[in-house]
Design a protein around this ligand. Structure first.
Ligand SMILES: NC(=O)c1ccc[n+]([C@@H]2O[C@H](COP(=O)([O-])OP(=O)(O)OC[C@H]3O[C@@H](n4cnc5c(N)ncnc54)[C@H](OP(=O)(O)O)[C@@H]3O)[C@@H](O)[C@H]2O)c1
Length: 296
């Protein structure tokens, strides 16, 4: 049995479907708050409703499980969680429960740039989660992704569809290395299947683009709309002003500033060369698959 914590999220949904299609026994673990939990699914997937904040729920989730994938996150939650409570504390709680239950392997989803002194709280919390699996006594794999390509396209494409504008934060000229959901799911499946990927970290990206490039691609695809630039000064002000009443807005502004500073770019070459058989699903393919209604 493979447990996917956050199995109803963007990556989780894709991973769970791929694993189930491949004949694996899969269980998901989530609250049903930010994402619905299908009530009557006939896909053979077992769905546990529970909260990473609860030790009892974590114990229930790992019962009878051989492998765990931690794909939960509080980064995108406007309420009911944040990187501290989910990406760090939830990861630590589930890791401890997994070690106690004799789980064989934990795959921890992290992000390129995770470090104890990283500029974003999210990256500092991811570092703590990485350390927890490495010292858990359970075989581990840390997969450090780039920014989600689909998530960014949904944000930009959603604004294009509803308002006719694509917001670009800052200059939009910095390189950002994105990871598509299909590619993230692909490397997780490889890590689950191949013992050679145990007890190591892997940085995994798909393609590097600028936000100006993403915006231009969305406008070209829609055949309408234009770019609206949000200046860096406005982003800084938004981060500072929002912090006391909307930590979510502050997080988004800080992440946008970080990406516009070039911090989210990395070289995908070395790890891609290690796994030449894993396909790259890039911008062109993701755009083709996107719902035209939500992408301009
Ligand atoms: N998106 C990115 O750009 C990015 C970049 C690098 C790394 N990552 C990492 O990759 C993984 C997948 O990301 P994603 O974007 O696919 O995530 P996502 O779509 O935001 O999904 C998050 C999942 O976590 C669940 N969750 C949140 N709080 C929970 C709690 N307290 N207890 C149980 N489940 C909880 C959510 O369901 P409920 O809220 O309904 O419980 C949902 O299923 C995450 O670990 C993320 O940190 C993401």
């Amino acid at each position: 049995m493979i447990l996917v914590a956050g199995g109803t999220g963007r990556l989780g949904r894709r991973l769970v479907a791929d694993l189930a299609d491949a004949g694996e026994a899969v269980r998901t673990f989530s609250r049903g708050i930010s994402q619905p939990i299908p009530e009557e699914a006939h896909d053979g997937v077992e769905r546990v409703r529970g909260d990473l904040a609860s030790g009892t729920d974590c114990e229930r989730a790992v019962d009878g499980v051989r492998k765990v994938v931690f794909a939960a996150s509080g980064f995108g939650l406007a309420r009911g969680g944040d990187p501290r409570s989910v990406d760090r504390d939830g990861a630590l709680r589930l890791t401890a429960a997994a070690a106690q239950a004799g789980v064989e392997h934990i795959v921890m989803m992290s992000m390129v740039g995770a470090a104890p002194d990283a500029p974003l709280e999210f990256l500092r919390m991811k570092h703590a989660a990485e350390e927890a699996v490495k010292t858990s006594g359970v075989a581990w794999t840390v997969i450090r992704l780039g920014a989600s390509l689909e998530q960014q396209l949904d944000v930009l494409g959603g604004a294009l569809a509803s308002k006719g504008i694509v917001p670009v934060f800052g200059s939009g000229r910095a390189d950002v290395t994105f990871t598509s959901t299909a590619d993230a799911a692909g490397i997780v499946r490889r890590a689950l299947a191949d013992p050679a990927l145990r007890n190591r970290s892997i940085e995994w990206g798909s393609e590097t683009h600028t936000f100006n490039g993403l915006a231009a691609a969305l406008v070209a695809r829609a055949g309408r709309g234009h770019v609206r630039r949000i200046p860096i000064a406005a982003l800084r002000a938004m981060g500072a002003v929002a912090r006391p009443f909307s930590p979510f807005m502050a997080r988004m502004a800080e992440a946008a500033l970080w990406m516009d500073s070039g911090g989210a770019a990395f070289d995908v070459g070395p790890t891609r060369a290690e796994f030449p058989d894993l396909p790259i699903t890039g911008l062109a393919e993701v755009l083709r698959a996107m719902d035209p209604q939500t992408a301009g």
